[in-house]
Design a protein around this ligand. Structure first.
Ligand code: BTN
Length: 240
């Protein structure tokens, strides 16, 4: 991973840069685009990703998951790898909110956006945005940066080296052993399971207790005698 590395000062979106290159030519698996700043950083659910210069790690990685595997798990896998990397770089263990919001001190410090398709072969662009240095503007009350939480600066380059290695290791583990070990690890850092939650899904609001995540990445919500599966959505903890 990273043998094909493009480092840019300023881009619209690193995911978009990879996408456009794929339209022009064959891009090798493991190709990476890194930027110091994004002017049109994209978040999940059509949102904008705040990407100020030199304060964050904005990176996209191209993968070609095997046809026989569910690529959907890659967003959880990326969250697990990011957690490994932050732990190695800082000594602190952050949490993951389903599916893959990376949180520390109850606030989000990083987000993951996986975009994918099946032509000409299954592909996935794993985009990660990590708030590393400085502080987050006050209009993002639920967001933070790693330095803000740790009370000291974190080296962006060093974090990237850990992340590249962790991503490679988790991806290889997944190719060899499948979803189960990734999901098992995801559960150990989950800040979702066991809590009363409210999930905004494409088909409406679901409330209940977040009970389990199955090996395909589905979140199961307990509602009295029923269990409701959630494949995509936005979880918030419900204050009793
Ligand atoms: C989220 O909404 O939580 C996901 C945010 C993902 C942001 C990253 S930054 C690098 C890559 N390029 C983008 O435009 N988005 C992702």
């Amino acid at each position: 991973l990273g043998a094909d590395l493009t480092q840019l000062a300023r881009v619209g979106s690193t995911n978009q840069v990879l996408r456009e290159r794929m339209r022009r030519e064959h891009v090798p698996e493991g190709a990476v685009v890194l930027a110091r700043e994004q002017t049109a950083g994209r978040g999940r659910l059509g949102r904008v990703w705040w990407s100020p210069p030199n304060q964050g790690l904005y990176v996209s990685v191209l993968l070609y998951p095997p046809r026989t595997r569910q690529g959907g798990i890659l967003s959880l896998l990326a969250g697990v790898a990011l957690t490994d990397a932050v732990e190695q770089a800082t000594g602190m263990t952050p949490g993951l909110k389903w599916p893959n919001d990376a949180v520390m001190g109850g606030k989000k410090y990083a987000g993951i956006l996986v975009e994918g398709g099946t032509e000409p072969q299954p592909w996935a662009i794993v985009g990660m945005g990590i708030n590393v240095l400085g502080t987050v503007p006050e209009d993002f009350p639920h967001a933070t940066t790693l330095s803000q939480e740790l009370g000291k600066d974190v080296d962006i380059e060093g974090l990237w080296r850990h992340l590249a290695k962790a991503l490679e290791q988790r991806y290889e583990q997944w190719l060899e052993d499948g979803n189960a070990p990734i999901i098992a690890q995801w559960k150990t850092v989950s800040v979702t399971l066991g809590y009363a939650v409210e999930v905004r899904t494409p088909s409406g609001l679901i409330t209940g207790i977040a009970e389990d995540v199955s090996d395909d990445g589905t979140l199961w919500i307990r509602q009295g005698p029923d269990r409701v599966p959630v494949m995509s959505g936005e979880v918030s903890l419900r204050l009793a």
